[in-house]
Write a protein that binds this ligand. Structure first.
Ligand SMILES: C[S@@+](CC[C@H](N)C(=O)[O-])C[C@H]1O[C@@H](n2cnc3c(N)ncnc32)[C@H](O)[C@@H]1O
Length: 221
């Protein structure tokens, strides 16, 4: 059985995104998939997000909260991090794993309709979530991230970068499904720019990550 079919969940009528089930299994998969480099990659993503002590941050599609907890360490002592995800299974796991992090809270929610007033957050991050959304919903999700950031607030989106070698790519597809095998990760930066972010920059982290950063312009609605 394709691993994706086991990990990916039941239909959710609030989103056309593919939600996750089995928080514990996803954690084990995530650890194996990064071949010993998961901690280093996610610590670096938290650093690249520009989060500082005292910031209020949002992690969209937080899953089991792996990045959320690095963000909590970055905003400590006075800041907060909220992780949102539509999957109750992964949120329960995230809450269990985040017991020692008083700055982390988790809530049910979907990227394309964020439950937060305009200009709420200093930093918005999202890792490995965008490929879970159908292409026509991705723009709405990025527009929501822009809306809830304060002017001058910083965005970091990280997503899966398929391997260049066709055999390796095919293996990824066989294991995880077509959304990861053919992930058009280079389209994220133009989307972020088109949505209205400034100072858009991109980079890659080994083994699998492409990241895009942007800043909400001062004076943006
Ligand atoms: C591959 S996991 C990544 C989890 C975590 N960010 C990480 O880096 O380990 C993708 C997550 O996106 C969530 N997701 C799916 N559709 C979503 C939506 N419409 N809004 C927010 N999250 C969504 C899934 O439930 C899942 O937890």
């Amino acid at each position: 059985m394709e691993l994706a079919r086991f990990l990916h969940g039941r239909p959710d009528d609030r989103t056309a995104g593919i939600t996750l089930t089995h928080g514990r299994a996803y954690e084990a998969f995530g650890t194996a998939f990064f071949a010993g480099r998961r901690r280093r990659v996610f610590a670096r993503l938290a650093e690249l997000s520009g989060a500082r002590p005292g910031d209020h941050a949002l992690d969209v599609g937080c899953g089991t909260g792996y990045l959320t907890r690095f963000m909590a360490a970055a905003v400590t002592p006075a800041g907060t991090v909220r992780g949102i995800d539509p999957s109750p299974d992964v949120l329960a796991h995230a809450r269990r794993l985040s017991g020692r992090h008083p700055h982390c809270t988790y809530a049910d929610g979907v990227a394309e309709r964020l439950d937060a007033p305009d200009d709420t957050y200093d930093v918005v991050v999202s890792s490995l979530m965008i490929h879970h959304l159908p292409p026509d919903v991705r723009g709405r999700a990025v527009a929501e991230m822009l809306r809830v950031l304060r002017p001058g607030g910083r965005l970091l989106i990280a997503d899966f970068r398929p391997p260049a070698h066709p055999v390796a790519r095919h293996l990824v597809g066989a294991l995880t499904g077509p959304a990861m095998e053919h992930n058009p990760v280079r389209l994220i930066a133009p989307l972020v720019r088109q949505t209205g972010f400034d100072e858009v920059t991109t980079g890659d982290l080994s083994p699998w990550i492409h990241h895009v950063r942007g800043v909400k312009p001062q004076g943006a609605a």
